[in-house]
Write a protein that binds this ligand. Structure first.
Ligand SMILES: Cc1cc2nc3c(=O)[nH]c(=O)nc-3n(C[C@H](O)[C@H](O)[C@H](O)COP(=O)(O)OP(=O)(O)OC[C@H]3O[C@@H](n4cnc5c(N)ncnc54)[C@H](O)[C@@H]3O)c2cc1C
Length: 381
């Protein structure tokens, strides 16, 4: 039986997130984009409303919402501003390794912390010389005599690094062994030897914080070892499998915003004595936007539903991410086109949508990497 209807609770959740985007995100989005400023008060208010960490399990104080619920929230927040949304929902990427691989004590401490305070957690695999090639990381983890490790290295492009209270950091016991030696650690912001580098001045999603994490002789006690060497790569990949549908949901939010802005503008703007909505070439661009948004939403819904059912089908998560990211980019480029010259200036909202959409093709595995992931699964079946 297939049912595309949202439940009453899901409709209420969408209403709450939509109202939050309208009242708290949209009014500050342009300023935060211009000044590359993260609105911490918006994050705190989102946390109070239960929009942050939606899938945090109830045993640890969370709301225990489903992955489908989480993508519904993401779509609404991204409609308001993809940069602010990324920083709000990135906690899910940050805590998923602990939810999947943490010990009971780690879950109690760190998931419980997220439930009890409006704090952030970051996820860190990427390095200056290893992004797509996750198994190529160079950050070293050297075992100490007490069952803990000492970390040395640098993580690059880490969302919310400046603000996070703790991090899930991936490192290697022996980089020459690639994925066979990868491990994962919970690292607290205040631990000796942890330093956060300069906030990146980005093209888009400028409201979100992105910064390097530098690790110099950071002593990690055994209680903060999340995955022992050999288990880290699997944990990193499974985390992406769980969170990629969220990127598809950001894409839907961006496309819905493009669509609404373009419909309104095309009805108002006149050329050759008539509204541009009456020019079939313009109307067709807008029809394509709607097709892409709807197709992505269905892929996202299917991938999230599959996760909720406990079915392991990473190809569905990759479809939602790959199709959604490319669809959002094309849609945002076309939105600028529909606005003509006005699309190219900052007084109108669509140039920001184009800059924001681009990141979807890069983070959590580039569009090329998604094709590799998909092809690998197709050929292995
Ligand atoms: C704003 C922002 C936020 C981010 N947030 C996080 C975060 O929170 N945590 C985190 O760990 N990382 C984060 N990242 C890092 C992101 O995941 C990486 O940038 C991404 O995986 C690409 O890695 P790279 O930049 O090293 O590019 P590279 O891996 O060097 O790739 C360069 C180009 O080559 C292509 N390419 C690479 N290998 C192949 C191949 N085998 N076949 C075909 N094409 C290939 C890529 O698709 C890309 O087009 C973030 C990045 C940005 C920009």
């Amino acid at each position: 039986m297939i049912d595309f209807e949202l439940t009453e609770e899901q409709r209420a959740l969408v209403d709450t997130a939509r109202r939050f985007a309208k009242e708290r995100i949209i009014p500050v989005a342009a300023e935060c984009d211009r000044d590359a400023k993260y609105p911490m008060d918006v994050f705190v208010d989102a946390w109070k409303l239960g929009l942050v960490n939606p899938t945090l399990p109830t045993e640890y104080g969370g709301l225990g919402l489903s992955d489908v619920d989480s993508t519904l929230i993401t779509e609404e927040l991204a409609y308001g501003c993809a940069g602010i949304e990324t920083s709000i929902m990135c906690n899910t990427l940050g805590f998923t390794p602990i939810r999947l691989g943490g010990s009971e004590a780690q879950k109690k401490k760190y998931l419980g912390w997220l439930a009890s305070e409006p704090i952030m957690v970051s996820y860190a695999t990427s390095e200056p010389n290893a992004g797509s090639d996750v198994a190529g990381i160079q950050t070293r983890a050297v075992k100490d005599s007490g069952g803990g490790y000492v970390l040395n290295g640098a993580k690059q492009w880490i969302t919310n690094a400046t603000h996070a209270s703790f991090y899930c950091i991936f490192a290697s016991e022996d980089p020459s062994l690639k994925h066979k030696a990868m491990a994962a650690f919970i690292v607290e912001r205040d631990q000796k030897g942890v330093r956060i580098g300069k906030h990146e001045d980005k093209l888009g999603q400028r409201a979100s914080d992105t910064a390097p994490i530098l690790l110099e002789d950071v002593h990690i006690p055994a209680s903060q070892v999340l995955a022992v060497p050999g288990q880290g790569f699997k944990l990193a990949m499974e985390t992406f499998n769980q969170t990629r549908p969220e990127i598809g949901a950001i894409a839907v939010g961006i496309m819905r915003r493009c669509l609404e802005e373009c419909i309104a503008y095309a009805k108002e703007r006149k050329t050759f004595g008539t509204a541009i909505a009456n020019h079939q070439l313009v109307a067709a661009m807008i029809a394509e936007m709607a097709i892409r948004a709807e197709a992505t939403r269905l892929l996202v819904r299917q991938a999230a539903w599959s996760l909720d059912q406990g079915k392991r089908r990473p190809i569905l998560s990759a479809y939602a991410k790959a199709f959604g990211a490319d669809a959002a980019m094309q849609t945002a480029i076309d939105a600028v086109q529909v606005f003509g010259g006005y699309g190219y200036v900052k007084d109108y909202p669509v140039e920001k949508l184009m800059r924001d959409a681009k990141l979807l093709q890069i983070y959590e595995g580039t569009s090329q990497v998604q094709r590799i992931v998909i092809a690998k699964q197709l050929f292995s079946d």
